[in-house]
Write a protein that binds this ligand. Structure first.
Ligand code: ATP
Length: 334
């Protein structure tokens, strides 16, 4: 029996990196039936909808998806299909593992609440004053805290600390609820070390001592910013994967966006998309396949078989072929 895998190529570099990921991982995909769905700006221009109802249904039914990237223009009349997809499918956790594939000390995971905060879509005001409402609920604080603490248990003993990142000294109600809920829930996980940091101090610490960070759990906007900061520590957005995880479905995507400046040039780094597919495989139960695929990407980076953003000279497709080669011939270290 095959498992449906919904593939959404999206905009900009999305189609290039998704095709590269599927090619690189092809020996591991025999158990999946690939089903194509559409989302994003190109889809909006062609169909009038950035997230058509049939795409949502396919994601809901299929349960597993790989997404390239979608472009969201700064236009008050165009709302982000990504935010709507996360809300409609209740994808409450955004998981962003950031590792330095070049061998540096960074090996952290940002666990970001994915539905609320200032991204809840509640903006208003008049021409003189603009408002955005920050929504933080106990229910989501609780499930994101549990998600992070459970995830920490799967990490090696010396990389298991969960840091709650907030700004409760200023946002006493919203961040206060987040911090207090985390503190209460962490009582159920006596085997997981925990601490807390203000978001601004966390940003500084991340730059000055990134090796000291393991699992960071935080609200939506802080998580968005801190995970891009972390990406900057490991060579840019080209290698950072992510998963949007819910109780019934999960959508995996590179952290980077559509990157219109390099789209169509064949130079986009496919590593983030390949590693997103590796996360999908592990989530689907193929732990060995996912880890082998991740190690193949890592070996390529260490060998300099990379795109220009990481100092290499290969194009997107050549990197995919190099990863596939290492996967097939098992010339993978570690
Ligand atoms: P979004 O708001 O959708 O996250 P963005 O415009 O903030 O998008 P990205 O599209 O993610 O940002 O890209 C930021 C820059 O990072 C790009 O201009 C590009 O130069 C670089 N970049 C992003 N993805 C890749 C990639 N896969 N390979 C190489 N460089 C990339």
């Amino acid at each position: 029996m095959t498992i449906p895998l919904v593939v959404v190529r999206g905009d900009g570099v999305g189609p290039e990196v998704v095709d590269a990921a599927l090619a690189a991982a092809s020996p591991l995909l025999d158990g999946f039936e690939l089903v194509e769905a559409r989302m994003g700006l190109t889809c909006y221009r062609e169909t009038g909808s950035a997230l058509p109802a049939d795409t949502l249904e396919m994601l809901r039914d299929g349960g597993l998806a790989l997404l390239g990237a979608v472009q969201t223009p700064p236009n008050a009349h165009y709302s982000s299909p990504l935010l709507r997809m996360r809300r409609e499918l209740d994808l409450f956790a955004n998981l962003r593992p950031v590792r330095d594939l070049r061998g540096g000390p960074v090996d952290l995971v940002v666990v970001r609440e994915n539905l609320e905060c200032l991204y809840a879509g509640l903006e208003g005001g008049n021409e003189d004053t603009a408002l955005a409402i920050r929504v933080i609920t106990r229910q989501n604080c609780e499930r994101i805290s549990r998600f992070a603490l459970e995830l920490a248990r799967d990490r090696s003993e010396d990389h298991r600390k969960v840091t709650c990142v907030h700004k409760a000294n200023v946002l006493a109600q919203t961040c206060g609820l987040f911090r207090d809920t985390f503190t209460r829930v962490s009582g159920d996980y006596p085997d997981v070390p925990v601490d807390e940091l203000h978001a601004d101090v966390c940003a500084m610490r991340m730059v000055m001592d990134p090796g000291s960070m393991d699992v960071l759990v935080t609200t939506n906007m802080f998580g968005d910013i801190l995970s891009d900061l972390a990406a900057g520590l490991v060579g840019g957005l080209g290698t950072v994967p992510s998963g949007n995880i819910g109780e019934r479905c999960a959508v995996f995507e590179p952290v980077h966006g559509a990157a219109p400046d390099i789209a169509g040039k064949g130079v986009a780094n496919p590593a983030a998309a390949i590693l997103s597919l590796a996360m999908l495989l592990e989530h689907a139960g193929d732990i060995d396949g996912g880890r082998r695929l991740s190690r193949a990407v890592e070996s390529c980076v260490l060998a300099g078989e990379t795109t220009p953003d990481l100092g290499g000279s290969l194009g997107t497709d050549a990197v995919a072929r190099a990863v596939l080669h290492r996967l097939e011939t098992d010339t993978v270290e570690g």
